[in-house]
Ligand binder design. Structure first.
Ligand code: BDR
Ligand code: CA
Length: 311
């Protein structure tokens, strides 16, 4: 069992990722969920993280509020994709479970100090602000991280928020740069992977056919997501980005990629947040990340639906 911290800005796809993790206790133990500003402002990501835990019947999960804006820039949000609340789609009750007192950055630092060295995996599903702030504030924790498995970036698929950049990296490129230069083993789920994990009609119906509150909520979330992507990309369904991170922890053989050097563009306005991945090995820059490029999409959705059925 891997001990993980999910750092997230829910987001319908973040929500599905959280559910997948909570449904998979043999493979992952969720030490806590840290919310960050991203898809919507912090207040809403904190709310949404708690809604998802309650939907899973897990009021006991520790949810911490983190940074409310990027390290050195104004926050850019994505209501145009996720809706006004960030979690538009089904109507779910306002959360009543407790919010932890400790700031997310404090929780990340304290957890890495308290747990055995190399035993905690960080799973960022949003901008990397909380993680980079923790690394900056307590540099000694960096060497204690087992691995970072994150959703962010793109290489062949280039960008979704600008022609050059993927949203999570674009929002806080300085934070991303700190993380990618940290020396921690990193596994990246970029758009190259997530744009293959498409919520087609039959896959959404399989969620609904679970006949549970969770199944219905996931079907309605992915429905909401799909509407947007059908219009934008003309694809047969919306990409289910963030659950790829958790699926990797459960069944890594679903994914394939290359261990390459990845640098983050922080200077240019035009290409801000671009993940410059040396896929073809044309530089002598040392590899710093396992950059995934492909996923067995049917295997991924079988795993996801099977696990959601447990909730
Ligand atoms: C990423 O941005 C957010 O909109 C999604 O939740 C995902 O983490 C995809 O670019
Ligand atoms: Ca996200």
């Amino acid at each position: 069992t891997r001990k993980i911290i999910i750092d997230t800005d829910p987001g319908q796809d973040d929500a599905v990722a959280i559910l997948l993790a909570l449904a998979s206790p043999e493979e992952v133990e969720v030490l806590g969920i840290t919310a960050v500003a991203g898809n919507v402002p912090l207040e809403l990501t904190v709310r949404n993280a708690r809604i998802v835990c309650e939907l899973a019947g897990r009021r006991d999960v520790a949810v911490h509020a983190g940074c409310d804006r990027p390290m050195g820039r104004d926050l850019v949000t994505a209501e145009y994709i996720h809706g006004k609340t960030g979690l538009d789609g089904p109507v779910l009750p306002e959360p009543t479970m407790p919010l932890q007192e400790a700031h997310a950055v404090e929780f990340i630092i304290d957890t890495l100090r308290a747990q055995p060295e190399g035993s905690v995996t960080l799973c960022p599903l949003g901008p990397l602000t909380n993680i980079a702030t923790a690394f900056q504030r307590a540099p000694e924790i960096v060497a204690r991280v087992q691995e970072i498995v994150l959703m962010g970036g793109a290489y062949f698929e280039v960008g979704n928020v600008t022609p050059a950049a993927e949203f999570n990296i674009y929002v806080d490129p300085e934070a991303a740069e700190i993380v990618f230069k940290s020396g921690v083993p990193i596994t990246v789920m970029p758009l190259d992977v997530t744009h293959k994990a498409l919520t087609t009609r039959p896959r959404i119906e399989a969620f609904r056919d679970l006949g549970t509150d969770v199944g219905r909520a996931v079907a309605e979330w992915t429905d909401f997501f799909e509407r947007f992507d059908m219009e934008k990309y003309g694809s047969e369904g919306g990409p289910l980005h963030d659950p790829c991170v958790i699926a990797y922890l459960i069944k890594p053989q679903l994914f394939s990629g290359r261990h390459v050097n990845v640098e983050i563009e922080t200077q240019s306005d035009l290409t801000r947040g671009m993940t410059v991945a040396d896929w073809w090995g044309v530089t002598d820059r040392a590899p710093n990340a396992m950059f995934m490029g492909d996923v067995d999409a049917d295997g991924f959705f079988d795993l996801l639906t099977g696990r959601l059925a447990r909730l």
